[in-house]
Design a protein around this ligand. Sequence first.
Ligand SMILES: [Zn+2]
Length: 252
Amino acid sequence: MRSSLLALGGLVALASGPAMAAELRPDQIAFRDIYRELVETDTSAPTGSCTVAAGRMLDRLRKAGFGPDRAEVFVPEGHDKDGGLIARIEGSDPRAAPMLLVDHIDVVAARREDWPRDPFRLTEEKGYFIGRGVIDDKALSAIWVDSLIRMQAAGFRPRRTIKVALTCGEESSDAVNGVDWLLRNRRDVVQAGFALNEGGYGISDKDSRPIALYLAVGEKYAQSFTIEARNSGGHSSRPRPDNAIYDLADAL
Ligand SMILES: [Zn+2]
């Protein structure tokens, strides 16, 4: 995680609960395929492309019936690899403020030689998913895309418009921050009454029953200060009452 968005940051493995491939329902297999494709698309700033990942998700939405008016890839001018995806399902009540489902699809850089496995291959081992971005944050991106496809297939018409934005540049300042870009250039597509983003998570028991769902409603942000204290000084073996160190300690 970087930036002001809620985030977990840099983790490489996700405890997803035991899931045997043989027991998966068709809809779970469909979800797994979206998740796998996202994880296996390198979206790190030095070697990957968010635009490619966004394009792959757009292909899935097109196949599900999302036309150009409801789903598109956006690419900041001059930054071919820093694209993202925007999509929507129109609500039935124009007075209800839209809901924005937002997530970053970029990941922290991962070098093959630093990893025991290929970081851009989704591996499942003993109930854990392993790969770059499995938890931060391609699971959520896959959930948003999968949710749109499920809603479309069910003919679901929400009361409020549901907007989805998958963006780049959250993990690295080497890529254009897609949220920032959308707010500056396509504000209408992300304008919403509230947004759901990464940062929360849930816990289930050994039988996969939900126990708790954590919500993060805010996040601290780093802020650097420089404080300078001056006086005539002296030797630390003979501390004086007007010592600059005391002044600095008082200020801190
Ligand atoms: Zn994140």
